[in-house]
Design a protein around this ligand. Sequence first.
Ligand code: PDD
Length: 303
Amino acid sequence: MTANETVATAMPPQSAGVPVGDVVYFDARYIQKSEVTVSPDDRGFLLGDGVYEVAAAYDGRFVALDRHLGRLKKSLAEARIDVSVADPLESVFQELLERNGFAERGKAMVYLQVTRGVSPRTHAFPKVPVRPTVYAFAAPFPDMGDLASGISAITRPDLRWSRCDIKVISLIANVLANQEAKENGSFEAILVRDGVALEGTHTSFFAVKDDVVMTAPLSNLILPGITREIVLELCHRTGLSVNEQAVPAHTLPQADELFITGTTIEVAPVVVLDGRPVGDGAPGPVTTRIAELYRAAIVAGRQ
Ligand code: PDD
């Protein structure tokens, strides 16, 4: 076996990149992905100056599209990016599903990003207003293996900025922490700031102790996850106790259960944290129940 093969087998299965639907939305047009040309002066490319959103669809029906659009509008407003009326964002989501043949079958996602547009590099906004660049694609759900049987995670210091509530495309701190997780054989890194476990690099984070579901409260330090919101509503509706309070990182080894949520992850149990089993090392009853409730809500279109 070569050194490379050794490394490859030590790594968890990685999605080899998401095959993208042929038709994408760019510059107010639906075109083939191969026809897209992004200017090197695009502020997204040069400065990471933009925001994004990801929504999932099951057999052509989006999960909580209104909430995703609401968060996108909030991200745009906080970033002070005005999207042109030429970009009807809501219809872009639906249209991309249809134009790529995802409207009838299976699980698909739509990714949409808006950058501040094309302009010679300056830190301040362009002097002459420019049109934001909107790019969106549809793709089948990335194959992430069997998440339902549980994933492993590591904790890492949260090195992100202090407006994590805005869904910005500048994700280098998330990228570095997630890569550390992958190199460690784990799926996700749980980010810890000031002794508190906040969220994953691309997921919301929950702990369960004595049948109480705990997750960090909404603040500038976490993304207001749509799946998180739906899960909390489902807990309230079904009488599961919820405590939206900071989860001290030092209490995590004593948690009965841990789980993460996200648009493409849904609800995934964390069964190993920092190399140690969580609870008895198998998905716990509360997490399993919440995953079932979430699945049922999606199938019924109730979110
Ligand atoms: N990630 N926290 C962070 C930092 C995220 O990036 C995400 C989503 C979540 C979960 O949010 P939601 O339930 O709305 O998907 C929490 C997306 C999917 C991504 O970056 O691809």
